[in-house]
Design a protein around this ligand. Sequence first.
Ligand code: GTP
Ligand code: MG
Length: 326
Amino acid sequence: MKKKETLFNIPVVVAVGSGGGRILSSLNTKSFNGYKIAVNNSVRDLALLRNVDSKICVGNDQGGSGMNVEKGRRDFLQGASQVLRVMKTECRTKPDIIPVIATLGHGFASGSIPEMLRILKRTYPDSVTLAWCITPFDLQGKEIRGRAYESLRKCREVGATITPISNQVAINKLGLSQRMPLGQLYQTINREITDILSDLFEAFTTTEGIIESLDRNDLKQIWVGESALISRVTYPDASSINGGSLKDAEQRLLVDVNYLEGAEQPTATYIIDGPGEITVDQMTELSSSLIADYKADMTYFKPLIIQRKRQNTSFILIRGKMRLGI
Ligand SMILES: Nc1nc2c(ncn2[C@@H]2O[C@H](COP(=O)(O)OP(=O)(O)OP(=O)(O)O)[C@@H](O)[C@H]2O)c(=O)[nH]1
Ligand SMILES: [Mg+2]
């Protein structure tokens, strides 16, 4: 049977670092056949991962980085060709989007992500590489936070599109208690991140129900840029979707605001989701609210609207560089 044409191809999803691997393991990629590759220099941490398709251990001693960013970087470079080999085997279709997930602040992910992005850009110049980078909790202190921001700065030099997601902001916005056991805290934050990513990837790879679409050039134009924000709100019924939905989505942004202060204006993607069909009136209300609230900074507004058979309406709004009230 001929494979159905999807909107965009996302044949692989890659994660670096121990936390990155955990996030990847809870990401559901079945709907788009995304092959999950976890890369680390700790054989022990890789062994603990479930639900990933490939575990690639890099570096000579395979014993982790001991929080040493330079060791993480070197170990990654030593094994980078192996990562590329696996990617090339799995990318039978040309990737339109290559998502990469990294948890920053310690050694491996912080050292390897800028190199990874550099190599991906060189190897897949026509693809959009989207890096989801998780920054540390405040309580982890200046040094760890500094390492995370330094790594982000290097990613920026590569020209990758980065979505900086903050663990600290997640605690605050999701109303989590710092008294929660760490494993449970990670699980809750990871679920929030993977819910967003699953929805986004499912929409990007849909084979049906596309009402208002994007093409490959739109994707490049809209997503390529220094940083991108993403948020998702779900309503119990589609009739609750209105102009205020953008504000609701904004309140749920887990973006690292400290990072954004030093970055250029971000692009934002909001997933607004509710069962039932969205009407033209609601669309108009959303776009008027965009114009009223963000006119000064808005450079483009491009919606992707999908009527999913399986469930609900997935209404994805992609919009251009703008100032956000966060
Ligand atoms: N949201 C989330 N954050 C995590 C998770 N695990 C770790 N982190 C965060 O990511 C930072 C880096 O941790 P790791 O992913 O363990 O680091 P690593 O890249 O494996 O570094 P080394 O073990 O030193 O090589 C931590 O300081 C935490 O703030 C996780 O499962 N979920
Ligand atoms: Mg680790």
